[in-house]
Design a protein around this ligand. Sequence first.
Ligand SMILES: [Zn+2]
Length: 321
Amino acid sequence: MIFNLAFCTGVFCQTAADSIYVAKYKADKQCAISYTFDDAHLEHYTLVFPKFEKLGFKATFWVNGKTIEDYEKGLPNHTPRASWKNLKIMAEHGHEISNHGWSHKNLVNFPLEEGRVDIERNDSAILANIGERPITYCYPNNSKSPEAIKMASANRIGTRTKQFQVGSNSTTENLNCLIDTFLTKREWGVPMIHGITIGYDAFKSDSIFWNHLDKVKTLENKIWVATFRDVAAYTAEQQNIKLETIQKGKNWIIKPVLTLDKKLFKYPLTMVLQKNGIRKLSVKQDSKKLAVEILPDKAMFDFDPNGEEIIITTTVGSFER
Ligand SMILES: [Zn+2]
């Protein structure tokens, strides 16, 4: 979404911004990564959660209620599992606890209605134990059909349809290559991770994964690390938003128009004004002043995609000449 704007007052005329657009990713970063952890391994709580907290990253954990409850009841399971209590603590720290089916039912091997009941049972269990109904979904065994995708996507922001396996086959080199690919292609990468030191697809050495995360942290100015829920919402909004622009004197008025379900799609979007030498800019939406970040070649701010008009005020001297 790119606009070329110019504003003229009397004899004074200048291009106010070379372009105004809604950034592909939050804060106009080059790519996004959502780390997703499947099947509620206990290590997701004991190892992954503290590491992510230390780095300030948020992740998504796809859980099966039946696996958690069977493990809590002491039923045999070769992999230790997280408890609802563990998962609630993670959710309280901003991580996403979401739906991977109540009993890990492969949607392609069962009648669709059975799959729907299994998904809804897990929605209810997560709501009861975590306090929030999931708004994303992950297909057990990554098995899906067009009908299953349609059914599982109802009333959700998104479902995991594309992922990269990260685990036993991962090396420092191929994880570095993965980062390069996301950056070069400006992609949203979704690593799928199971065991860390034990269990299905565990790393040969967990340090491979921790070092990878440390490297991503050093590239934080280019990579947006966020939950699947947040990136799914952002990208859907970014692809669907329309901006109506009017220029009134020294103000630009931009009305965001988003026709997606407001209850689900309400993640703030980043607007970018591309121009060298911006010195001062005042931005308001819904009578509130928005925080503007000014960089040498652009200014940017986050706005409410379902909010009212955005009023951008410039004054003479707002730009270096
Ligand atoms: Zn699974």
